[in-house]
Every structure is written in structure tokens, then in C-alpha cells.
Design a protein around this ligand. Structure first.
Ligand code: ANZ
Ligand code: ZN
Length: 862
């Protein structure tokens, strides 16, 4: 017959599915719903292997659940705002909108060519006004409730690019785009009060059993709840008080100096007019230029300067010098640290460097620590010393006791601190959703009235050299009238929203993507949400996944949804990796720039030996990429899908190999040939559906294997996502069909064969949908595989085979037993001796010996 040719098959079936509207779904209360989502892509230009893997995994689950009878919602869309569009637009002298929509068209076509079962009627692009309009609407509601607010904050500022940079966009204190030094600048920014939900988000971390443990842990650490106390220290000769946050109030008597963050307002205030003023100024401006994460890293050398003022330890009354130090962060606690050099390692290093006093206040039981001989801080539990009335107390008890004492004397109180900060969502960027606010010279800030939404991002704006947002200079956008007092000199807010805002509510939007009188149709969301299974990269473990959980809570507070957790189950797939190749002369090489094998590989440009590169995540910078487009042209979609699923379990990294792809292709050809070889025989036959007991020999084994495979594949896919072992099981079944002897004559042969072949098709159909549709239709089936119920297995076909064992007494046949194949000798001996007829013929005489011939006979000699 004809050979397997994906080019003849794939386009045809995609068109067929499309024409039949097979992937379109609507709410249907009579069916159980299943909402499956993969993280939507940024429309960067082309899909990469990471997308292909992510979406292949999702598509298997979608098709599988569909065949199981669920009403499956499987949507796709575009995370379409963001900085790369602006950069590309500047570089190519085009417009971000044009660039974005062209990419969406190109990538959409690629996804369709992969045969993914998306309901394209639900496609969304977050850069469209009909999408961000509702985000603006929610912003206004949040503003009215105080959930969105504006405050001055320190931000990374690139002077050349005239914009705030996210922390991820600052590399070694340089702007990632222009390479200029980044400054810290105070700017008024918009924030979402995510900290109000810190406790709730944290508590529910333990109620996400369908999430990977590591993601839950990352979220907990990001929220970072610490129990401790706030303590007030009086500044000497002044009314000023410094508030510190400490997790160790038990060490208070050991606090010998104070450290303020360089950005702490008291640093400037207290140093002013002292001999330290100039030194402090120099230190503060030097710190402002440093990356905060690096400045406060554990292994960074501690440094600081005295600010020319002192404070008083509230318990001991001793004078403490006040410093400003690099390891103190303004963003955490109160920005002030009471330094206890004996029990905190950073303080220890600082005090040792500057020769500051160390007093031990916690001692391990039965041991005496001395500050002179300590080489590092003692951070374990112990008993209090040098702490007046608290001496002798266990330090864990003293935490409570000292906090209480401070509280009673108005010197402090117990508190809880979170590491998580309010979410700064202002971006001084053009390609984003405008923040719907108006600044009025008379009455301050007012939200854009709801009937004037959306505030449309003007697409006629010309991007400015250097990337400064053109919005603030676009009069047609900025100039407006105050909705509160009518002042005609009001100005629109020109900041746009962080793109993570768009991705925080897109599952809800998928439920009713065309809804034009609300964010979403509440009933549609009630039916579909929460998402049953979400699949995407682990790089989103905190930001996106935490913001989505937060946003769901906001929607819940507004009564728009009746749940708090958007994603019931989460699967984080591993990376797609490939060997890197590097020439000592020419740097990274593409595979086609390398000749030869193994140790002998050389660079085609210079002939030098190529270094055996590490296997790393595919990235354009290292040239270790493969383009799905090329693979598609060479092998077709089904082979690529099969390879991605077979090469590794989803959570693991996948090492790309050309041989692996070849192997997947060969397997499909093998199935094709198997089918062709038996087509005539099984075409007009009903699959055998009877009991395995009515079959013999190889046919019985094949029938059992068929059912065992159905069970294995079903369980491997369902909830476990072990696609690789599922595929391996189908391969075994295929081998068994190949093992069927052409000469075997049996009236049930064709039916059993048909059952096996049908199972092969149905079981791999979620992985290789075009291929299987084609085979299915060759059977004369008019219904698509996707519309066919998932096969069920027969319990009675799972058990091992039984054999008949003859029972003899003194060599004479007396009885028979049905026993499982290969039953052990001891066991079968027992059964024989318990047999009524055997006992009767033994007549109570003593046993001389028992002979067992496996699977055949037992002879009892008396
Ligand atoms: C005194 C002390 C003694 C501390 C001791 C620790 C050990 P976690 O656990 O991460 O919440 N700290 C407080 N605010 C800070 C800031 N803005 N920048 C840098 N460090 C700050 O950390 C809490 C501890 O970090 C606090 O407890 C404080 O040092 C320090 F034996 O206070 B501790
Ligand atoms: Zn006004």
C-alpha cells in the first residue's frame, strides 16, 4: 500500500476538524466540564520547541478528556503587550502593534499546523481594547476601594532610556538595553495592595494538592512571613525614635549598635550638620548605584559608616552608635536593624571589621561563649545571660517575655513581617494598557468615568528615539478634562500597566471572550472555572502564578467569582535542551557548522576542534536551537508531537536528539505498515468483544495484551501524565500484532486482530491525531477519532492465564484443578492434597512422595 506521508494527511485533517467545528465548545450543564489551559505565549515571532512541548502535552490531555466524555474547554491566546514589541519596533522602524499582530498571525498558523485542538473562537489578544478595557474597569473599582493606590517609591531608572526598569532588566547595575548605569530614583508609582492578601495566599498554599511541591514552596518563601517584634530606640539628645523589626527580641540586651538602610530618611536627617555629613552623603550615593540583591547578598563584604548620632538600648540603657550599612534594606521591616554581633552573622562580620563591642546574651546550656574567641555568630537556641531580669530563661521563652515587657512599657510590640511587597504595576512604557486615571490641578486624582472606558492606547504614536514613552508628549492623548470639576487642564496618566496584570485574569476571559458588557459572563465562569489543569513553565512559579491567585481573590471580593484559587492542578514542564557547540576561534556554532563525529568534530569555518559542549536549555544566544518549522516540513506534526511526549516525562528536561525524532517517525511508519498488512483482513470485521476464555493460544494473549494496554495507557495519561510509558506500552502491543503468525487459522482471528488495531489507533490518537484520523477513516469510519469514546478495558482480560492441572493418586487420574499459570510447586501441592477426591483415594494412608510437573500434573504416591 501507500507509504505514510504526513504532508498528504495533516492539512487535510486540520481542515476537516475546522469545517466540522470540532473544537468549539459551549457551556453544557448536562456534561461534566474540564477546563485545560496552557500558558499563553508572548507573540515574539515564531514558536519555539518550548512551546511545542508545552502545547503537545496539553493537547494530549485535552483530547484524552474529550474522548472520556468531558466537555473540554481548551483555549489559546496571546500575551501581547510588553517591551520586546517596542524594541523590535524601534529596531525595524515599524509600529509595535503591526509587529505584534503580524507575529500573532504567523504563530497562530504554526499552532494550527501542529494540530492543537484549540477553540479558536475564543482566541484573545491582551493588546486589544476589548480585552484591556475590562482591566481598566477593574482598576477603577480597585482604586475606589483603596486596593490600587499611588505612592512614591524607589525604582531602577535608566536615564538614557527614560524609563523604570524591572529588577530583571537590570544586569550588574547596567540597563539591559543601552548598557548605561542604572540609578535609584524616587517616582510616584501605582501599586496593588497584594500585601492585604498575604496571609490568605500563604494559608491556601497548603490547600493546593494538585500543585508541584517546589512551586508551593517558592510561593511561601516569596510571601515570607516572619514572626517577631518592633522595638523603639530613642535617639540620644533628641525626641526622635527609631523603630526596628527583629525576629529575635530575645537578643535585645546584646544589641550594641544600630544599622539603618542607606535610603532610610533618618540617615540624612540625623547626619545633617555633624562631622559625618559628607562621608554619609558619599556612602549613600554610592549605595544608590548598587544592585540591591547583590548589595545585600550573604557573601558580600559588609560595610557602612557612622552617621554621627547615637541611640539608647531600651533594656540596658547603654549608648549604641548608629551606622548606615550596605546590608540593611529599606524595603524590609522598618529599614532599621538592631545589630547583635554575637548572634547574627552579618552583624558579627560588621562588628569584627570595625572593632565594635560584642556581648554574648545566649549561651548553649553548660557552655560559656566568649566574644574574644568566637569565630562566627551563635545562632542556635540556648539560655539567656547578661540580660538582667531575663537571665536563665530559655531564649525561645524570652522572645515572648521580652516582647511582652516592651509592650507593657510602650517600647515595642509583637508583629509579623512579610517579605512580599505591594505590587508595583506602573511602567513608563508605551506598549501596555493605559492606567485609567486623570490628574487634575485642582482636585487631584480621579478615575476615568466608566462610560469613557476604554482609554485607548493611541496607535498613531511615534516611538521616540531611546525608547522614552511617547504618551507623555502626545497632547491628543494627555490633554483631557477633569471628570470631577471640569478643569480643562487635566492630564491623563501616562503610565501603562505591568503586563502581568493582563495574564492575571485571562482564564476568566476565555470563558466568555466576546462578552462586551463586563469582564466576563459570570455564569460562564461559574460553569468552567476553576481551571482543572494548567500547564506551563516553572519560571512562572512566583510572579504570574502568585499574581493570578491574588487577582482571583480580588474578583472574589467583588463578588464576580465564587472561588479563590484559579488553578486546581498545575503541571510545570521541564526545559527543552540541546548540546552546545563551541569553536575556540568562532564561538558558538550551529550544528550545520560542525563536521565529523565525537572527539573529532571540527569547525567548518576554520577546521579547529570543536569543544564538546554541555547540554543546555535551547537558546538563540548559544545557537543550540532547532526550529519547529523545519522539523514540521521534514517530519510532520505528529512525529514532533510524539517525540516531545516520548523522549522524557513532562516534568523533566528533554534532551533533543535527531535520532529520537527519527525513531518516532519510524514508529509511525511501522504502525502504518502493520495497518496496511492487515487491512483487507479486518476491514469489514467487527472487533472481538467476547470473553478471553473463549480464545486460545496467541489470539488469547493478544486479546489480553490489548486490554492490558488500554488500562496502562489510560492510567498513565490520566492525572499522571506518564506519556512516555504510555507510548512504550502501545509499542509493545504493536510488536505483538507483528508477532501474529500469518498461517494461524482461527475463526476469531480477524475480530481479535481488529480489536488490537483499533486499540492502537485510539490509544495514540491524543498524541498523533492526524495520523490516527487517517487510519480510522480507512476503516470506513465516518466519525472522527476525537468523537469516539475512549476504549474501556475488560477486567477479566487482565489476569494471568489459567491452566488445567491433572491430579493423580499412585499414577491414576483422580481429579483436575484450574490454577493460574506457573503456580508454584508448594502451593499446588497444597491444593492437590486438599482436593476431596484425592483425599478419598489416598484413603488416609501416609504420603510417600508427591511429584509435581509444573502446569501439568501432581501425582501423590501413598
Ligand atoms: C536582631 C537580630 C538578632 C536579628 C539576631 C537576627 C538575629 P527574617 O528572618 O528574614 O525576617 N533585619 C530586619 N530588618 C532588616 C532590614 N531592613 N534589612 C536587613 N536586615 C534586616 O530577618 C529578620 C532579621 O533581619 C531581623 O532580626 C533583623 O536582624 C534583620 F541574633 O534583629 B534581627
Ligand atoms: Zn479636577
Amino acid at each position: 500500500d501507500e507509504r505514510y506521508d504526513p504532508k498528504k494527511i495533516e492539512g487535510k485533517w486540520q481542515a476537516h476538524w475546522d469545517a466540522a467545528g470540532l473544537f468549539k465548545v459551549k457551556e453544557d450543564p448536562s456534561k461534566e466540564k474540564y477546563f485545560l489551559m496552557e500558558m499563553f505565549p508572548y507573540p515574539s515571532g515564531k514558536i519555539h520547541m518550548g512551546h511545542v512541548r508545552n502545547y503537545s502535552i496539553g493537547d494530549v490531555v485535552a483530547r484524552f478528556k474529550r474522548m472520556q466524555g468531558f466537555n473540554v474547554l481548551h483555549p489559546m491566546g496571546w500575551d501581547a503587550f510588553g517591551m520586546p514589541a517596542e524594541n523590535a519596533a524601534i529596531k525595524n522602524n515599524t509600529h509595535p502593534a503591526k509587529w505584534t499582530y503580524e507575529n500573532i498571525a504567523a504563530m497562530g498558523a504554526q499552532l494550527k499546523a501542529m494540530g492543537f485542538s484549540y477553540d479558536w473562537d475564543r482566541e484573545i489578544a491582551t493588546c486589544k481594547p476589548d480585552y484591556y478595557r475590562w482591566e481598566q474597569w477593574l482598576f477603577v473599582q480597585m482604586f475606589k476601594k483603596g486596593m490600587a493606590y499611588r505612592k512614591e517609591a524607589n525604582v531602577n531608572w535608566c536615564h538614557t532610556c527614560q524609563t523604570v526598569l524591572a529588577n530583571e532588566q537590570v544586569e550588574q547595575n547596567m540597563c539591559w538595553r543601552c548598557g548605561d548605569e542604572v540609578e535609584q530614583k524616587k517616582l510616584k508609582q501605582w501599586f496593588f495592595r497584594i500585601t492585604d492578601y498575604a496571609d490568605d495566599l500563604l494559608e491556601h498554599c497548603d490547600k493546593l494538592p494538585g500543585w508541584p511541591e517546589k512551586v508551593v514552596t517558592m510561593q511561601k518563601n516569596w510571601i515570607g512571613k516572619s514572626h517577631g517584634a518592633e522595638i523603639l530606640f530613642s535617639v540620644k539628645d533628641s525626641d526622635v525614635k527609631i523603630k526596628v523589626f527583629t525576629t529575635r527580641p530575645d537578643t535585645l540586651c546584646g544589641a550594641t549598635f544600630m544599622c539603618l538602610a542607606p535610603e532610610h530618611p533618618l540617615v540624612e536627617e540625623l547626619s545633617k550638620g555633624t562631622a559625618q555629613e559628607a562621608v554619609v552623603q558619599e556612602f549613600v550615593s554610592r549605595m544608590a548605584k548598587q544592585d540591591k540583591a547583590k548589595r545585600t547578598a550573604d557573601d558580600k563584604e559588609k560595610e557602612g559608616v557612622p552617621i554621627g548620632a547615637q541611640c539608647i538600648n531600651p533594656l540596658t540603657g547603654k549608648t549604641m552608635e548608629i551606622y548606615t550599612a550596605n546590608f540593611a534594606l529599606m524595603e524590609y521591616g522598618t529599614g532599621a536593624v538592631m545589630s547583635v554581633p554575637t548572634h547574627d552573622q552579618r552583624d558579627f562580620e560588621f562588628a569584627t571589621k570595625y572593632g565594635l563591642e560584642k556581648i554574648v546574651v545566649i549561651q548553649p546550656e553548660g557552655e560559656a561563649l566568649s566574644p574574644e574567641t568566637m569565630t562566627e555568630a551563635y545562632t542556635d537556641p540556648g539560655v539567656l545571660v547578661n540580660s538582667g531580669q531575663f537571665d536563665g530563661m530559655k531564649n525561645t521563652d524570652a522572645m515572648e517575655a521580652i516582647a511582652q515587657y516592651l509592650d507593657e512599657n510602650d517600647m515595642g510590640k509583637k508583629t509579623v513581617q512579610y517579605r512580599i511587597r505591594d505590587w508595583g504595576i506602573s511602567r513608563q512604557r508605551y506598549w501596555g494598557a493605559p492606567i485609567p486615571m486623570i490628574h487634575c490641578p485642582d482636585c487631584g486624582i480621579a478615575p476615568v468615568p466608566e462610560d469613557q472606558l476604554p482609554v485607548i492606547l493611541p496607535e498613531d504614536a511615534n516611538l521616540l528615539e531611546g525608547g522614552k514613552s511617547p504618551l507623555s508628549e502626545l497632547d491628543s492623548f494627555v490633554k483631557t478634562t477633569c471628570p470631577q470639576c471640569g478643569n480643562e487642564n487635566a492630564r491623563r496618566e501616562t503610565d501603562t500597566m505591568d503586563t502581568f496584570v493582563e495574564s492575571s485574569w485571562y482564564p476568566e476571559r476565555y470563558c466568555s471572550p466576546k462578552c462586551d458588557d463586563a469582564m466576563f459572563d459570570v455564569d460562564a465562569v461559574k460553569y468552567w472555572m476553576p481551571v482543572d489543569q494548567y500547564i506551563g513553565g516553572v519560571e512562572h512559579a512566583v510572579m504570574h502564578l502568585l499574581y493570578s491567585r491574588y487577582f482571583t481573590r480580588v474578583l472574589n471580593d467583588f463578588g464576580l467569582v465564587d472561588f479563590k484559587e484559579p488553578f486546581t492542578r498545575l503541571l510545570t514542564q521541564g526545559m527543552v535542551c540541546k548540546e552546545t557547540l563551541k569553536c575556540p576561534e568562532h564561538g558558538w556554532l550551529f550544528p550545520h557548522e560542525v563536521e565529523g563525529n565525537g572527539e573529532e568534530r571540527t569547525c567548518t569555518k576554520c577546521g579547529k576542534i570543536v569543544e564538546a559542549g554541555r547540554v543546555e536549555k535551547m537558546s538563540k544566544s548559544k545557537l543550540n536551537v532547532v526550529d519547529p518549522e523545519e522539523l514540521l516540513a521534514k517530519y510532520g506534526a505528529d512525529t514532533i508531537r510524539l517525540f516531545c511526549l516520548f523522549a522524557a516525562p513532562p516534568e523533566r528536561d528533554l534532551d533533543w536528539s535527531e535520532e529520537g525524532v527519527e525513531g518516532s517517525y519510524r514508529f509511525l511508519q511501522r504502525v502504518w505498515r502493520m495497518f496496511a498488512a492487515h487491512m483487507d483482513e479486518v476491514k469489514d470485521v467487527q472487533p472481538y468483544e467476547g470473553s478471553p476464555d473463549d480464545l486460545d493460544g496467541y489470539l488469547k494473549d493478544l486479546y489480553k495484551k490489548t486490554h492490558q494496554t488500554i488500562k496502562k495507557v489510560t492510567e498513565d495519561i490520566d492525572g499522571r501524565f506518564h506519556f512516555n510509558t504510555a507510548i512504550a506500552a502501545v509499542m509493545e502491543l504493536v510488536n505483538m500484532v507483528y508477532g501474529l503468525d500469518d498461517d494461524l487459522q482461527d475463526e476469531k482471528r480477524a475480530g481479535v486482530l481488529r480489536a488490537a488495531v483499533e486499540a492502537v489507533i485510539l490509544l495514540i490518537s491524543p498524541m498523533t491525531p492526524h495520523f490516527t484520523e487517517e487510519l480510522w477513516s480507512m476503516f470506513g469510519k465516518t466519525q472522527c477519532v476525537l468523537e469516539t469514546p475512549w476504549p474501556a478495558w475488560r477486567e477479566d482480560a487482565l489476569t494471568a492465564d489459567e491452566v488445567v492441572v491433572v491430579l493423580q493418586v499412585n499414577g491414576k487420574l483422580r481429579s483436575k484443578l484450574n490454577v493460574p499459570l506457573d503456580t508454584e510447586d508448594e502451593k499446588i501441592k497444597e491444593m492437590a492434597l486438599a482436593d476431596e477426591k484425592v483425599r478419598k483415594f489416598m484413603g488416609g494412608k501416609p504420603i510417600r512422595k508427591v511429584i509435581v510437573v509444573k502446569n501439568k500434573l501432581v501425582n501423590v504416591v501413598v
